[in-house]
Write a protein that binds this ligand. Structure first.
Ligand SMILES: CCC[C@H]1O[C@@H](n2cnc3c(N)ncnc32)[C@H](O)[C@@H]1O
Length: 481
């Protein structure tokens, strides 16, 4: 049946559920009635929606690391090592599981056991099953979220939610375009309607589960409007399936005014589109991801990047920060490196929290530009989808009206090309087929011309390449050698 943005019907959902739970042996351990009981038994200090609502009400910013290792006991020990330095916990899922390659994940578990150390780049939750995941949730003392990159996360959602995880990251666009190559967008959006419907079913039983679309996308010079449109679409798709607790995200790009503007505009735009679509019964929070691009290998320099992200997130009053580590350039961080990133972030957040928010004309100008861009693209999506945003999203990626820079997916056109301006803000070197208004295009052109003049070189793809490498080379703008 054709993809539409309508709540999945019960019969269809149940039929699909039976099929999903048969797709791997651990699926047979899932019972929805039992899952509701496990969720109901969670103490409030282990509920993600409660932590988010409290932080939002008090204007606090929660710290969350990423972390995931192969075996239950080691992963629990890792999370308990991080817990004193953060407010909410992750469980980063391994790459095999993200592509439903559970046989290889099992092999990774067996080899990790034999080696006495994790040989996977995350926690293989599907293979550990409900029992293993419940042991993990019982072993920690803070809310735990599933963080991954899975186009088909249906079984992962069933197992982890049945075990007491109370937040689930991802979406049908944000976990396809940056994470997959050959998965049709219709398919991943449809799979995530299932995940959102499952969360909606928990909500109907009085159990709230947080959903967090993946904001940063490719994390490489992504213009704020591009990630905002995906976030808003995935928020709308989730609301239609009965999700009530939504966190929308944004990945730090580097220019302080633009990043603050991006986070503030994200909240306003989301409410605008959610309310316009007729939803009112939801809780919205925001998450700021510290720099997602290339990191300096030097740990002191990497810590500076982490601190810049902490400052901006707190200035923008993000509800949550995803914290990086000084090992970002090398791979899966050690416990100590992860703790270091959290401690530096906490120090910065504390020092900023007592201060008033900085405001500047730059911030409002960036907000105006982002809002004009988001409205232009959302209008096109609604036109292409004849009012249906699921169909409109698919069509927009086909025409290039939506286009994520440096994305691997075949579903993505890849014509839009970003570049930094003279102050490091993300501008458009090539707008591709994105239908932006003429005055906005002129704004981008002028800002890039300013840099070209200053660097005495023509705007070119060399600037883009220089920018992609700049922060690893301890700069923001990729100045010519
Ligand atoms: C959004 C995903 C990219 C980020 O996710 C981090 N990441 C991936 N896997 C793990 C892991 N197993 N433990 C701690 N961090 C991890 C990377 O470093 C990067 O920052």
């Amino acid at each position: 049946t054709e993809l539409t943005n309508h709540r999945l019907d019960t019969a269809g959902f149940e039929a699909e559920r039976a099929e999903i739970l048969q797709s791997w042996p651990t699926g047979t351990g899932v019972s929805f009635a039992e899952a509701v009981k496990v969720q109901e038994a969670l103490p409030t200090e282990k509920r993600f929606p409660v932590a988010l609502a409290a932080a939002d009400a008090q204007g606090m910013t929660l710290l969350q690391p990423r972390a995931g290792v192969a075996l239950v006991r080691e992963h629990a020990a890792l999370l308990n090592g991080l817990s004193p330095y953060c407010d909410v916990l992750p469980t980063t899922i391994d790459a095999y599981t993200r592509h439903n390659r559970y046989t290889e994940a099992q092999d990774g578990i067996d080899r990790s056991r034999a080696a006495g150390t994790s040989l996977l780049n995350g926690f293989p939750a599907v293979n550990h099953g409900v029992d293993g995941c419940r042991r993990l949730v019982d072993a920690v003392s803070k809310p735990v979220q599933v963080r991954h990159g899975t186009p088909d996360a249906r079984l992962l959602a069933e197992i982890t939610l049945a075990a007491g995880f109370s937040s689930f990251e991802g979406g049908g666009i944000s976990y396809n375009i940056p994470y997959a190559k050959h998965v049709p967008l219709e398919r991943s959006i449809r799979h995530w309607q299932y995940c959102d419907r499952l969360v909606g079913r928990f909500e109907e039983e009085g159990v709230s589960i947080n959903r967090e679309p993946f904001g940063p996308l490719t994390g490489t010079l992504v213009p704020p409007f591009v990630s905002h449109v995906v976030a808003i679409l995935e928020g709308l798709l989730a609301l239609e399936q009965g999700v009530k607790c939504i966190t929308l995200g944004y990945g730090q790009a580097g220019n302080v005014a633009q990043d603050i503007a991006a986070l503030r505009s994200l909240r306003r735009l989301a409410h605008h589109y959610f309310l316009n679509a007729g939803y009112a019964d939801y809780k919205l929070t925001t998450v700021f991801h510290q720099w997602m691009g290339g990191f300096p290998a030097d740990e002191a320099q990497a810590t500076a990047v982490i601190c810049l992200g902490a400052l901006v997130a707190r200035q923008a009053r993000a509800t949550k920060i995803i914290v990086k580590t000084p090992h970002e350039a090398s791979g899966v961080p050690t416990l100590e490196a992860n703790q270091a990133g959290l401690k530096a972030t906490r120090q910065m957040v504390n020092m900023i929290s007592d201060q008033n928010r900085v405001d500047s004309p730059d911030i409002q100008m960036e907000i105006d530009v982002i809002e004009a861009e988001v409205h232009a693209v959302m209008r096109e999506i609604l036109r292409l989808g004849r009012g249906d945003i699921a169909r409109g999203a698919v069509a927009a990626f086909q025409t290039g009206a939506m286009d994520v820079p440096f994305a691997p997916a075949r579903a993505n056109l890849g014509k839009l090309t970003p570049v930094r301006d003279n102050h490091g803000a993300i501008r458009l070197f090539d707008v591709g087929n994105v239908p932006l208004p003429a005055d906005v295009l002129a704004f981008h052109r002028d800002k890039i011309a300013e840099r070209a003049l200053c660097e005495r070189r023509e705007p070119s793809f060399n600037m883009v390449v220089d920018d992609v490498r700049a922060i690893s080379a301890s700069k923001l703008v990729g100045r010519p050698a």
